[in-house]
Design a protein around this ligand. Structure first.
Ligand SMILES: Cc1cc2nc3c(=O)[nH]c(=O)nc-3n(C[C@H](O)[C@H](O)[C@H](O)COP(=O)(O)OP(=O)(O)OC[C@H]3O[C@@H](n4cnc5c(N)ncnc54)[C@H](O)[C@@H]3O)c2cc1C
Length: 358
């Protein structure tokens, strides 16, 4: 199947990963997306991939998802490591584990969550309690919480840098911007101006935009970007709370991304005062030094979710649909893309082999 023509609807996380993999494996790739261009945007209208915190949390996500999601996640972390090493831009990727934290008043609810996290796939890591001394040595900036656990093996990736690199390092891809796809069928993509483009195979990775072909809905998420020079946080930290799961994710450039609300609404408008206050209050309760951080950006976007909140890969002759990545798209994307490519006979080269022939 090498050298086949491939059409991709959607230039978000899945679309760029597919475009990069397939173009570097020698396929002729064309991508369609309603965005103005391939640059990141933070106005609530673009790909959810740009708004994500980039946590790769197969263990912590067992609080919301089943062991299949965790198993896909462990595979994806290994694939992201290879992808990040293969991309010339070397986007930030780290696998130092993450932290679960609880204030004294929330220890009961934290223990219920921990019981769920211990039910992961056979042989996968489990949360490890951390004493005060170990915690102080590991993350001296975290001062508020009474209890802490390490989630070994969890990772993180920089979504913006990775999406840019996947776009820039795809080979010979024809990117059609301002091109909303209206209809897809086996081997064909119809764009809003009425033009139909034909390919050997097409991929529908439009996220929330795949309606009505898929019963997908958007689940609003809001994040806060903080600039906090010298913050010292070296791994993602998640505060367990009876009502919220608030996480702090360090990024290069003295940044910390604090997220994320989860609201059953397709509202793409700006971040609400309530979410901003709750996220920042929780972040400050974990790292008091954040009091002097500067608020760089408030960002809101929609996570694409199917009715069962599970990811779905539908492979039929000439048409592949991948959707429902919900709150763990970064955690799942490489493994789902791999499975889809294998299922349609397109997986010819390993990630490392894609580096050759730039
Ligand atoms: C606030 C927030 C925090 C998150 N944090 C994390 C995290 O820490 N870890 C994690 O694993 N996941 C996280 N996620 C989830 C993750 O971002 C998503 O699951 C993932 O981006 C979904 O990928 P996708 O390619 O399906 O959709 P998107 O990334 O949304 O891409 C869809 C693309 O399709 C395009 N499109 C839409 N309609 C059309 C059309 N008609 N024709 C052509 N193109 C179209 C869009 O413009 C977009 O570019 C987070 C999400 C949010 C919102």
């Amino acid at each position: 199947m090498q050298g086949s023509s491939v059409g991709i609807a959607g230039a978000g996380l899945l679309g760029r990963l597919l475009a990069w993999r397939l173009s570097r494996a020698g396929h002729r790739v064309t991508v369609f997306d309603p965005a103005r261009n391939g640059k990141p945007r933070f106005d609530g209208q673009g790909a959810a991939g740009f708004s994500a915190a980039g946590m790769l949390s197969p263990l912590a996500e067992l609080d919301n998802a089943g062991p299949e999601v965790a198993a896909l996640g462990w595979r994806s972390i290994a694939l992201w490591r290879e992808i990040a090493e293969t991309l010339q831009a070397r986007p930030f990727f780290a696998q130092r584990g993450s932290l679960l934290l609880a204030h004294r008043s929330d220890i009961g609810s934290a223990e219920r969550v921990l019981a769920r996290l211990e039910a992961g796939p056979a042989g996968s890591p489990v949360p490890r309690p951390l004493g005060a001394a170990a915690m102080a040595e590991m993350e001296p900036g975290i001062k508020g919480p009474a209890r802490a656990w390490l989630l070994p093996g969890e990772g993180q990736i920089d979504p913006v840098g990775t999406l840019q690199a996947l776009h820039d390092e795809a080979i010979g891809v024809l990117w059609h911007w301002e091109a909303r796809v209206e209809h897809m069928a086996a081997g064909s993509i119809e764009v809003e101006n009425g033009t139909t483009h034909r390919f050997d195979r097409v991929f529908d990775v439009r996220g929330v935009g795949a309606r009505p072909d898929l019963p997908v809905r958007g689940v609003r998420g809001e994040v806060v970007w903080l600039h906090a020079p010298g913050h010292g946080l070296t791994r993602p930290a998640r505060l367990l709370h009876a009502r919220h799961r608030v996480y702090l994710v360090p990024r290069p450039g003295d940044l910390i991304v604090v997220g994320a609300s989860e609201v059953e609404s397709e509202d793409r408008s700006a971040v609400s005062l309530r979410s901003a206050v709750e996220l920042m209050t929780a972040a400050h309760s974990v790292m008091p030094a954040l009091a002097e951080a500067r608020i760089l950006r408030l960002d809101a976007n929609l996570r694409p979710a199917l009715p069962d909140n599970e990811p779905r890969v539908d492979v039929s002759p000439g048409l592949v649909r991948i959707n429902g990545l919900f709150r763990h798209g970064w955690l799942l994307a490489p493994a789902l893309v791999d499975d889809a490519l294998v299922a349609c006979g397109l997986q010819g080269l390993s990630i490392k082999q894609l580096e050759v022939g730039q």
